[in-house]
Write a protein that binds this ligand. Sequence first.
Ligand SMILES: Cc1ncc(COP(=O)(O)O)c(C=O)c1O
Length: 383
Amino acid sequence: MNSDIRKLFPATQNYVYLNSASVAPLPVTAVEAVRRQLLDVSENGAEHYAEWIDTKKRARQLIADNLGVGPAEIAFMRNTSDALAAVANGYFAARPEITEGANIVSFAGEFPANYYPWRAIRDRLGVELRLCRESDGRVDPDELISLIDTRTAIVAISAVQFDSGFQSDLSLISAELKKRAGDASLLVVDVIQAFGARAFDIPRLGVDAVAGASHKWLCAPEGCGFLYVSKAARELIEPVYTGWMSVTEPWDFLDREQPLKPNALAWETGTGCSALFYGLEASLKLLTDVGMDNIAAYLERLSDQLCEMLAGTNYEIISSRRAGEKSQIVCIRHRGGRDANSIAAELAERKIIVSARNGRLRIAPHFFNDESDLDRLLAALPK
Ligand SMILES: Cc1ncc(COP(=O)(O)O)c(C=O)c1O
């Protein structure tokens, strides 16, 4: 985007880093912020505890702002997996009467974080798990929607798929789900492969619950997962896993019969990772100052450019590049059948970092990348 942003990411000097779909490098501002909090604990113990809590609050607000929701609808979790498991277990615990004959609709190629919680519900409660198959790098919306019926309890899908970059039309899926299965059904979305590369207006999209985490497109330290639960969904999901901070007055240690918080904060069980929240806040500030909409527009241009550069090479683009379906993640395959893992390893030797996922090379540029990174990648890709 500009050289000032690039300078904040030392990894750009060491590598052509095109791997933010795995773990994004940290900006120096995030590292400084983490260091500041650790130094504070080292020098002052818990004397500045209130500042740690304020930082966490500001990070929560920034996540909420960029999702178009309220801060009390966001709970911090350890990671995306915990957030998805909280919804899966909490929804069926709250409504045991619906399990018989119910089904969950998802996509067969979801990252496993968005599979195992639903598999557990299938195996434990006998809820049917219906999986739409990938076709040509796409999650065909018609096929996914054809699996939804009056007994669909949950549709669980990623906003952007990890091994194809396919972006789903969430408002279409939500409208079809509510029409067929009613308001007690939930659209649950894993946003980790999109949030930070773009913002969301979650209420407008009709999404009921969102799971995500810090270490990919938010460019923040690992360990800050989050869960969004809408006010309506909060009524349908029981926080099955609670702790001392889940209640309305956690600092009243004597009242042991107090109610749980009425919002998403009920899912926060206890002490969190204060130092990491400092890093998360710094990264969110950077992304918000640049503007996630600006980042999205920039990444659309950059990924389009990458696809143009790949035309006429020995690489086939697997990702859908249709409007509304494309994302900042571009997955390709060698036409001559060369193994993606060996190509990724070869590139890594030349300090060009991409991932191999399910036989595809995944190229994942972020806002600190520029055209020069694409030039170097194209020059290094084996013919
Ligand atoms: C779509 C998707 N969901 C979730 C994760 C990670 O989940 P967690 O934050 O639980 O490690 C990944 C990648 O690691 C992913 O690609």
